[in-house]
Write a protein that binds this ligand. Structure first.
Ligand code: NAD
Length: 494
């Protein structure tokens, strides 16, 4: 019998009662490995009620105890990193190393959540007026919710609930229906770490369950990561319902290559950053903008990328896995065709990619275009596949204009040996995360994940200090104590 993915409600893994089933398939074979049942309205309500009840007691748990829970959780995640990675490999098809990295980046956020006492310190000023002091406390909001995408089934849920719960909130998580099993394993470990009943709930499903979250009056804040259209919908609907929302969305990330850059470093960086993880990364480099003579390297870049082969996770030589679904693969292939029709030069074509023994896998081979222009669909759309578009411009200013005109602003990088060029780029570029000779500049969790423009809707970002601000309210107290009230003798003193 096919495995049923359970919900985690009120401290227990419960067998779903809903009859709307979504198959979870192995993207290398199309084998159905599990069925996920969408949570019914009453299951949603039970989860939210339980989170609401748990908030009453969880918010009173001392901050040091909340920190210790996160320490134990981080420890257990490390102990079970391989097991979690194995689930990711099966339901998403990532390579083993990539899947382990997915878990590791999440563990780092849990470690940061263990620093919660110092992150929750308020501010104080003595004598704001004569004998009056003002100080602030940071307090949790209540029930918060998270809606996560398929491409980082461990890391992105771990961006959200550990920080929210460490702040004293309770949390409802709705993971991607395409790879829902990873989160269940993580929830199991959270319970093992000593998390009290009701603090975390996992409800499975799709749009209907997201809508229930968006409209529920008891949910105070929503964190979302996913595509642009859904991100905009969630931001608009959530804020319309007077909730706090942070929505991380799609991207189109440019790497600018100056002619003084280290050529071998550029080639190595582009291979991993463009087609790694099958291009299914919101920080993937999908456009390489070569400045001046650097354009001469495009054939060498394409040759290096051409050596990379996708494959199944059990193959240690596979550089990356399949696309998540046949639909995702078909979309990538149709964009490749459109790129050719629109006049880009396809210097490396991965459309006809086969992997021995896996004829039904969602494979797309590494693909490189040159002579791409900003009017083409392959430039405008987030392809989310192993496809690199390359462009050639005459100056850094021209490159900057292209990047700044893009509606997206998640990540970018510049490769150069010139401090002056790097300084100009970091200062003038309108993108939230910038790498200098670093292709994928994802900040570690003591900073925040700071996408801009169409890649982010909201103001406070994920993890780091900004996550604490997002998941809390500040209470500011102004106090006066009168000298006249100081008693030198108590009732029992004569
Ligand atoms: P998606 O938008 O299809 O799904 C994300 C979540 O939203 C899922 O849980 C899904 O069930 C839900 N959802 C889907 N359609 C919905 C609808 N119409 N109404 C309400 N909820 C809906 O995204 P995906 O395909 O799972 O993930 C890939 C996308 O995520 C890419 O665009 C990628 O760039 C983006 N992403 C962004 C970041 C970032 O930090 N900016 C990180 C990772 C992924």
């Amino acid at each position: 019998m096919t495995q049923q993915v359970k919900h985690f409600i009120d401290g227990e893994f419960v067998t779903p009662t809903g009859d709307k089933l979504i198959p979870v398939t192995d993207p290398a074979t199309q084998e159905v490995i599990a069925q996920v049942a969408c949570a019914t309205p009453s299951e949603m309500e039970r989860a939210i009620e339980s989170a609401k009840a748990a908030f009453k007691t969880w918010k009173e748990v001392p901050v040091s105890e909340r920190a210790r829970l996160m320490m134990r959780f981080a420890h257990l995640l490390k102990e079970h990193q391989g097991e979690i990675a194995d689930i990711i490999c099966r339901e998403l098809g990532k390579t083993v190393e990539d899947a382990k990295g997915d878990v590791w980046r999440g563990i780092e956020v849990v470690e940061q959540a263990a620093n919660i006492p110092s992150l929750m310190m308020g501010e104080t000023v003595e004598n704001v007026a004569r004998s009056i002091d003002t100080y602030s406390y940071i307090q949790p909001l209540g029930v918060c919710a998270g809606i996560t995408p398929f491409n980082f089934p461990a890391m992105i849920p771990l961006w959200m609930f550990p920080m929210a719960i460490a702040c004293g909130n309770t949390f409802i998580l709705k993971p991607s229906e395409q790879d829902p099993m990873t989160v269940n394993k993580i929830a199991e470990l959270f319970v093992k770490s000593g998390a009290p009943k009701g603090v975390l709930q996992v409800v499975h499903g799709a749009k209907e369950q997201v809508d229930a979250i968006l409209h529920h009056p008891d949910i105070k804040a929503i964190s979302f990561v996913g595509s642009v259209n859904v991100g905009q919908y969630i931001y608009k609907t959530g804020t319309d319902n007077l909730k706090r929302v942070q929505a991380f969305a799609g991207a189109k990330n440019h790497m600018v290559i100056m002619p003084d850059a280290n050529k071998q470093q550029v080639i190595n960086a582009l291979v991993g950053a463009s087609v790694g993880a099958a291009g299914q990364r919101c920080m993937a480099i999908s456009v390489a903008v070569f400045v001046g003579g650097a354009a001469d390297w495009i054939p060498e870049v394409a040759a290096a990328i051409g050596k990379v082969r996708p494959g199944v996770y059990t193959d240690p030589n596979a550089a990356y896995g399949p696309q998540i679904s046949p639909q995702a693969r078909a979309r990538v292939l149709s964009l490749i065709e459109q790129g050719k029709k629109e006049g880009a030069t396809c210097v490396l074509d991965g459309s006809d990619c086969k992997v021995d023994g896996y004829p039904n896998g969602n494979w797309v081979g590494p693909t490189v275009f040159s002579n791409v222009t900003t009017e083409m669909e392959i430039y405008k759309q987030e392809i989310f596949g192993p496809v690199l578009s390359t462009m050639h411009v005459a100056s850094l200013d021209e490159a900057l204009k292209i990047v700044n005109d893009s509606p997206y602003g998640n990540g970018t990088s510049i490769f150069t040996a010139s401090g002056a060029a790097a300084r100009k780029y970091q200062h003038e570029v309108e993108v939230g995360q910038v790498g200098i000779n670093i292709p994928i500049p994802v900040p570690l969790p003591f900073f925040s994940f700071t996408g801009w423009k169409g890649s982010f809707y909201g103001d406070q970002h994920a993890y780091g200090k900004q996550a604490v601000r997002f998941y809390t309210e500040t209470k500011t107290i102004t106090a006066r104590w009168f000298d006249d009230d100081i008693q030198v003798s108590g009732p029992n003193m004569s």
